[in-house]
Design a binder for this molecule. Structure first.
Ligand SMILES: CC(C)(COP(=O)(O)OP(=O)(O)OC[C@H]1O[C@@H](n2cnc3c(N)ncnc32)[C@H](O)[C@@H]1OP(=O)(O)O)[C@@H](O)C(=O)NCCC(=O)NCCS
Length: 173
């Protein structure tokens, strides 16, 4: 059985491990060698950082993770929309893919984000009302994202670091 939960064990190293999977990189070192990727994991645990893990109930091994960060105009990920919209990233280990874990992780993270309270750059308190992500146009993950409520942000198409096209998607919380 795979359980979905908030875990105190989530740290920069664990986020980086799943970030490498999400970015289709073999090694965690590649994540830290690329500032645009590293920013998704570095200094994990700052205000607003939210993560859920999929854990094997028997072995307690983490087999999937979905996490989200709030960004600023100065420092942000590929899926940047605005400072009020956190960006989600997700990966499930290959042998556990296609079993519904990704969908469960995203739905649970959306619920988790509803209880986050943040201050914006003007010092105003807010709660997020939507969540964003960035995806390669040819990724099979687009089908999953559409199923859980994400829609493509028109005009957000950009060439990604591998030369193909990625775009942003956004879902209401
Ligand atoms: C995308 C991913 C997190 C989905 O998790 P999952 O547990 O397999 O998802 P679910 O079982 O809930 O849903 C299956 C859906 O995931 C997507 N999917 C399945 N295998 C995938 C893969 N190897 N790569 C990307 N997406 C995949 C498809 O949309 C699939 O829907 P379909 O059955 O209609 O084809 C997981 O497949 C993964 O980690 N893939 C590799 C990394 C990646 O692509 N991350 C997203 C970067 S934007």
């Amino acid at each position: 059985m795979i359980g979905i939960r908030v875990s105190g064990a989530v740290d920069e190293a664990l986020v980086a491990r799943f970030l490498a999977l999400a970015a289709h990189e073999e090694a965690v070192e590649v994540v830290f060698a690329n500032p645009a990727l590293a920013t998704y994991a570095q200094g994990w645990g700052r205000k607003g950082d939210s993560a859920l893990v999929a854990e094997d109930e028997t072995t307690h091994k983490v087999v999937g993770m979905c996490w989200a960060r709030f960004w600023t105009a100065e420092q942000h990920g590929f899926g940047w929309i605005d400072e009020w919209t956190p960006e989600l990233a997700i990966a499930v280990e290959p042998q556990f893919q296609g079993q519904g874990i990704g969908a469960r992780l995203i739905e649970a993270l959306k619920v988790e984000l509803l209880s986050v309270s943040m201050l914006d750059s003007q010092g105003a308190s807010f709660r997020p009302e939507r969540v964003a992500l960035n995806v390669r146009a040819d990724s099979p993950a687009v089908r999953l994202y559409e199923r859980v409520g994400f829609v493509r942000v028109e005009g957000s198409e950009r060439q990604n670091r591998t030369g193909s096209i990625s775009y942003n998607m956004v879902a209401p919380l």
